[in-house]
Ligand binder design. Structure first.
Ligand SMILES: [Ca+2]
Ligand SMILES: [Ca+2]
Length: 585
């Protein structure tokens, strides 16, 4: 009737049935039972007492089932095998009686086989068998009336049968946690699956998944979770950069966080990559939820600028979406190196002797030919021109780099001396900036017509009518409005059309072509002759011939100790004739 199966799995074919390891007594094991029910000689012969050997009662029942169902291996147990029945229960909703198949088996009341699992299964076609709490009610144990008699365990199917339908039930008996080969192959494609492993991380071992008839590779076992976006949605970032914030979703079921739930983050091909840490990115990744039900992934944007990326996050058949965006194109940066021309000084209204020359280098450090470069006057009063001899110049000029990446411009200072100019240089492809600086210096004539030396300063009168002075300026004898001594010449302020200069000690004097005389510097003994008693003047003052009356018609001047002499045109030419200014007015 029964043929031993090659594995340690045995089952009884029968109509209707269910689970039976809910009973706990002092545990028995097959070895203990075998030692108890077989003689020493029988125990020594595995053909007689082996687990899968047919029992010596010749009833076709393997010893393991005799042990499982508390049967004597030496007596016919055929009529004590699991029994099928139909249990009639009134449906509380319809009030109609319904018939449910059940299977009842017996176990020892005193020596419950603690090394066995009793697994009831039901089938309607003898092809597929179902088990677990979705198809069987909790087993019911009926304690024996007489101590020592077996306990009867009844497992009722939750699926009713009708007059015209059939159901098949069986109880499978497993010694220890053993996974049937067909179940392993159906779920994993191979045998050798670890029964205590947890392939899907749902907290149920593979053997528990088998007992409950749940999917060992499905964390959710068909129960849909809720997924919500926590943070990280709709961020922007530069192409190929990692988004500043990680993408975080929360997985719950009935508001409770689900721990270790597998959450898949995915984007279309070539649309970026994920990582659980800021490294090792891939286009799709499965991340397990934390103790608080959170799944966190870092996302690296694709290299394509200005694109929107649709991110799909799914778990348990539920998906939520996030988005990420790459910023617009970021051009690679180059550099502008200044070849020559920076920090030149030049005269007002004159073109600088050297052009401003730059070389544009790409991100690879190589010269960029044919690139657009704009030179602009950002400070100062001058003009730029590509060809200063054929152009008046303008505020801005755009050029193209030559084969060596070079571009240059000429700069003409404006009319204002001592003005600092800034010329900015901008390239756009690649982007780069530089700037030049230039300063205009005061115009000074080159050949003096007259030179006069004082105690520690010198005056020079040029043919353009200007007077310049250098040296000691303690008394303002340089006439530039300051008392700062100068290494180099500075123009005497406020004087034009001068035809002669003279000086003595620290007092300076100048004769203008209009016949007036101007003095500056030390006023010791009223040498300035301006009718004032100030000790000194740093700017030229006019010499008076009387109170409020300028001295005019002078044709020559000379200076002596604490006085200046002038020769009046009215008095004729001749040294020594004139007015002693040191005498006062
Ligand atoms: Ca599992
Ligand atoms: Ca599962």
């Amino acid at each position: 009737m029964f043929a031993p199966v090659p594995s340690r799995l045995l089952f009884l074919g029968a109509l209707a049935f269910l689970i039976g390891f809910a009973i706990s007594v002092s545990g028995d094991t097959y070895l203990a039972w075998k030692a108890r029910v077989f003689t020493d000689t029988e125990q020594a012969d595995p053909a007689i007492s082996g687990e899968l050997a047919l029992s010596p009662a010749a009833d076709g029942i393997p010893n393991l089932l005799k042990y499982a169902f508390a049967l004597d291996p030496h007596k016919d147990g055929s009529f004590a095998l699991p029994q099928l029945s139909l249990m009639q229960i009134v449906d509380p909703e319809s009030g109609q009686p319904r018939k449910f198949p059940a299977i009842t088996y017996r176990v020892s009341s005193t020596d419950y086989p603690s090394d066995l699992y009793f697994v009831p299964e039901i089938s309607f076609d003898l092809q597929s068998w179902r088990r677990g709490e979705t198809v069987f009610d909790s087993p019911i144990s009926q304690a024996p009336v007489n101590a020592g008699d077996p306990t009867f365990v009844t497992c009722r199917a939750l699926l009713p049968v009708t007059e015209n339908s059939k159901a098949f039930l069986r109880v499978r008996v497993f010694e220890g946690q053993t996974l049937p080969d067909d179940w392993q192959i159906a779920n994993f494609g191979h045998v050798g699956v670890d029964p205590s492993g947890d392939a899907d991380g749902d907290g149920r071992s593979n053997f528990e998944e088998f007992l409950k008839d749940t999917d060992p590779n499905d964390y959710y076992d068909g129960v849909a979770p809720e997924v919500t976006v926590v943070s990280g949605d709709s961020q922007y970032g530069d192409p190929s950069s990692v988004l500043a914030l990680p993408l975080v979703v929360k997985v719950t079921h009935q508001s409770q966080p689900l721990v270790n739930a597998p959450v898949e983050f995915r984007v279309p091909p070539d649309s970026g990559a994920f990582s659980q840490s800021p490294a090792q990115f891939s286009e799709a990744i499965v991340i397990r939820t934390s103790d608080s039900g959170l799944a966190t992934a870092y996302f690296r944007l694709p290299p394509t600028p200005a694109v929107a990326i649709a991110i799909s996050i799914s778990t348990g058949g539920i998906s939520v979406a996030m988005a990420a965006y790459t910023n617009s194109a970021v051009e690679p940066r180059g550099s502008l190196s200044i070849i020559e021309g920076n920090n030149q000084m030049g005269l007002p209204n004159q073109v600088l002797s050297e052009p401003f020359v730059v070389r544009l280098l790409g991100a690879d450090g190589q010269p960029v030919a044919g690139a657009t470069i704009t030179f602009s006057v950002s400070a100062g009063d001058g003009r730029v021109a590509a060809d200063p001899f054929n152009s008046p110049g303008s505020n801005s000029v755009t050029l193209t780099t030559n084969d060596e990446g070079l571009a240059w411009i000429y700069y003409t200072h404006g009319p204002v001396p001592d003005t600092v100019s800034e010329i900015s240089v901008v390239a756009t492809t690649p982007a780069a900036e530089a700037s030049f600086s230039a300063r205009s210096v005061a115009y000074a004539p080159l050949t003096p017509r007259l030179v006069a030396a004082g105690a520690s300063h010198t005056l020079a009168c040029y043919s353009d009518g200007t007077v310049w002075a250098w040296g000691d300026n303690t008394f303002g004898q340089l006439g530039d409005g300051t008392t700062t001594s100068r290494w180099h010449r500075a123009q005497v302020a406020g004087l034009a059309n001068v035809i002669a200069v003279s000086t003595h000690t620290d007092t300076s004097a100048a004769l203008r072509s209009d016949g007036t005389v101007w003095t500056w510097g030390d006023n010791v003994d009223h040498a300035l002759g301006d009718g004032d008693s100030e000790e000194a003047s740093a700017l030229p003052v006019q010499v008076l011939q009387g109170a409020g009356v300028p001295l005019t018609n002078v044709v020559a001047i000379a200076s002596g100790y604490s006085h200046n002499l002038v020769q009046s045109r009215r008095d004729g030419l001749g040294l020594g004739v004139g007015l002693g200014l040191s005498a006062g007015k």
